[in-house]
Design a protein. Structure first.
Lengths: 347, 350
């Protein structure tokens, strides 16, 4: 906490390089010129997909890292947005598909995802700590079975296919380069928003509630409202990622929101690290790369064993994920620019 | 409805407790009378119209009861482990499925179904013991990491089980003396010649229910009447104090974990004989255990029984009366319980 106070009230005028941090600038430069050096496969299936998964994991990091609420329902929330654009937008499954334009369907999907997220949050925050994982897992599993069994609303097992990304401003946004930049801009906005929000009054209040809900209640804060609002914000991020995911896959089915993918999001966030918003993206890149190239090592069949073991190793040796490893071994001098966050943001 | 620990939890309610208890007694009697009437009396036409048919309703209730028995077997281990160690074992579904596979192999190999059941219990108890000693003892006091580890274990276990037993659906064969259908004393209809038609029901499912009840009573006796049970209850209430008063907490943890895992394995064999064994069942029973203990209250065997009863009945009745929305019914029950009593029906507030 003192760290933040220092960075805000300390030397008043910093130049923009210091404010952003050299790490951020180098990363941004690399990500901007990435399409020049990457093939279409690396651009979309690795780059774009990592950003999408990273955003969903970021919504989990926001809840877990700042709010102390580890949720397994983030994929479900993303799935709600995807289902909404499938139902209200266009699909070729001949069920629903009202053909609303993307600029209505996508915001509606994101909004509904956020509303459901707040609802899940309201259910989950009635209990504390480890219960949240259980309740959100129950919600995610129930949602999966419901989507699979119900044909009138979710079109059951096959789900919806033929979802098309919009063609706007003369660009078809599912083309590799536009899709990459679309994902990149969404991810950067979400990342910056979480980073900025974590130092806002709301963010600091949320972290204080995480550290001691009782004391915060005693000094007059509405603990439940703050937590539910955090869920709403996380829902916006996850919902945006859900829309991108639907455009990326071109389809949405119960398989996308089943328990495996839901747990995958948690794995991504934990592997990356929950202490800083960059963690989920690091985790997403690692997991997507493993997913893509592990097939050559262990075969497509045993991929889950590999990722599961890797996850176990990370949990055992470094509770803060790859970021924790980085903290331990990185050169000391550039500590502060990368560390512009409150300490002890772990769960 | 009066539960054994509802009085010792709130000593001040004892003086005014009689009238309240009497009130509940009347409600329970009325409910029992209505149930008896529903089960035994021939139904008037309007009731048949509302509830499809007496046969459908009775089958749904009986299926719900037997499913509740199965859920109780799975969830009781889960709730015991949680209550004592504050350890959410999300690999519990995997233990169920592994027990089912092992039971299948042993029953097939030896030809004795009972040996399969015993193997399911023993092998899984050993697995649970190993998990406790090698994994959870190292992460003691760190709830979140323990939970994350169980998630990792469940992923690896599901994948390895898929590798060994492939995606095929197995059916554990029930021995002849448990097979077949029995006539129940419930009359579902009358033929035109006046002869009563009795409902028949698979005998094995009734056996599942009986096994669950016997094990439930056994667990209750163990927890409430034995020395080890006393230690477990003390550990649920205050782990540090128990440890300070000289009990070897680690031995108790190991026993409880082995018992919980063994029960999951046993449920796997018993359930795999009633239904089927296939990948994906682990998630199904994990969800069932989660909802059962959320509804019933963490760490309480009685709570697990009540939760299992509610969820099992809701699931089967939902299946008959609102197909495809049955899961929503389960979900609504969970939400309502959380809204009214966040710690679960029999749970204690932390």
């Amino acid at each position: 906490m003192s760290n933040v106070a220092f960075s805000e009230t300390g030397p008043a005028r910093k130049n923009w390089v210091e404010r952003l941090g050299i790490g951020h600038i180098l990363l941004a430069l690399f990500l901007l010129i990435y399409p020049l050096i990457a093939s279409d496969f690396f651009l979309t299936t690795i780059g774009g997909y990592s950003m999408v998964l990273g955003m969903i994991a970021l919504s989990l990091m926001l809840l877990a890292g700042y709010g102390g609420m580890v949720s397994l329902a983030q994929m479900t929330i993303a799935g709600i947005a995807a289902y909404v654009i499938a139902i209200f937008g266009e699909n070729n499954s001949n069920v629903h598909g009202f053909g609303w334009p993307w600029w209505i369907a996508a915001p509606l999907g994101i909004f509904l995802a956020a509303v459901f997220s707040a609802l899940f949050g309201w259910i989950a925050v009635r209990t504390e700590g480890i219960y949240t994982i259980m309740i959100t897992l129950a919600i995610a599993t129930a949602a999966f079975y419901f989507a699979q069994q119900n044909y009138t609303l979710f079109n059951g097992f096959p789900g919806y296919s033929g979802l098309r990304a919009p063609e706007a401003f003369g660009v078809y946004w599912r083309e590799p380069v536009p899709f990459y930049y679309l994902c990149l801009s969404c991810a950067v906005i979400a990342y910056a928003a979480v980073l900025y929000g974590s130092r806002s009054t709301f963010g600091l209040t949320l972290q204080a509630i995480r550290d001691n809900p009782r004391r915060m209640r005693a000094i007059g804060y509405d603990v439940t409202a703050h937590k539910v609002f955090a869920w709403f914000l996380a829902g916006i991020i996850a919902g945006t990622a859900g829309v991108l995911l639907a455009w990326f896959n071109g389809r949405i089915s119960p398989g996308t929101i089943s328990v495996g993918p839901a747990i995958n999001i948690l794995i991504i966030a934990i592997i990356g690290g929950l202490r800083h918003p960059i963690g989920p993206f690091v985790g997403a890149v690692v997991v997507v790369l493993m997913q893509t190239f592990a097939i050559d090592i262990v075969g497509a069949e045993r991929f889950n064993t590999l990722i599961g073991l890797f996850f176990l190793v990370i949990v055992f040796i470094s509770p803060d994920g790859i970021l924790g490893l980085w903290d331990r071994f990185k050169p000391a001098p550039d500590r502060d620019s990368w560390h512009s966050r409150p300490d002890g943001t772990g769960v | 409805m009066s539960f054994p620990d509802s009085t010792d939890r709130d000593p001040f309610a004892a003086s005014s407790g009689m009238t309240r208890r009497q009130g509940w007694g009347v409600v329970a009697l009325l409910a029992a009378a209505v149930l008896l009437w529903l089960f035994f009396a021939p139904w008037p036409a309007w009731l048949n119209a509302v509830l499809l048919s007496k046969k459908a309703f009775l089958s749904a209730v009986l299926n719900g009861l037997t499913l509740a028995g199965l859920y109780f077997l799975v969830a009781s281990g889960f709730t015991l482990v949680f209550g004592l160690m504050r350890n959410v074992n999300l690999a519990h579904g995997s233990l169920y499925l592994l027990g089912a596979y092992i039971g299948y192999e042993v029953a097939n190999w030896t030809g004795y179904w009972l040996l399969g059941v015993a193997a399911g219990f023993v092998v899984l108890a050993v697995v649970g013991l190993v998990m406790q000693v090698l994994v959870f003892r190292r992460l003691e006091g760190d709830d979140l990491r323990q939970t994350l580890v169980t998630i990792g274990i469940s992923i690896v276990a599901a994948d390895l089980m898929l590798a060994v037993w492939t995606g095929t659906t197995y059916q554990i064969l029930v021995p002849d003396w448990l097979d077949g259908a029995v006539k129940t004393p419930f009359v579902t209809a009358y033929r035109s010649n006046g002869a009563a038609v009795f409902l028949t029901y698979p005998f094995y499912r009734l056996v599942v229910l009986a096994v669950a009840i016997v094990i439930g009573i056994g667990l209750w006796l163990m927890l409430n009447k034995t020395r080890i049970g006393m230690m477990i209850r003390a550990g649920v209430d205050d782990r540090e104090m128990l440890s300070a008063s000289g009990a070897n907490v680690h031995v108790i943890f190991a026993i409880v974990f082995a018992l919980g895992a063994g029960l999951a394995g046993l449920a796997g064999v018993v359930g795999g004989s009633a239904l089927s064994v296939a990948p994906g069942e682990d998630v199904r029973y994990l969800l069932a255990s989660l909802v059962v203990v959320i509804v019933g209250g963490m760490g309480s065997i009685t709570g697990a029984a009540i939760g299992a009863l509610i969820i099992g009945l809701a699931e089967q009745i939902g299946l008959v009366y609102f197909p495809t929305y049955g899961v929503v019914l389960t979900f609504i029950i969970m939400v309502v319980v959380l809204a009214i009593r966040p710690q679960g029906i029999m749970g204690r507030s932390q």
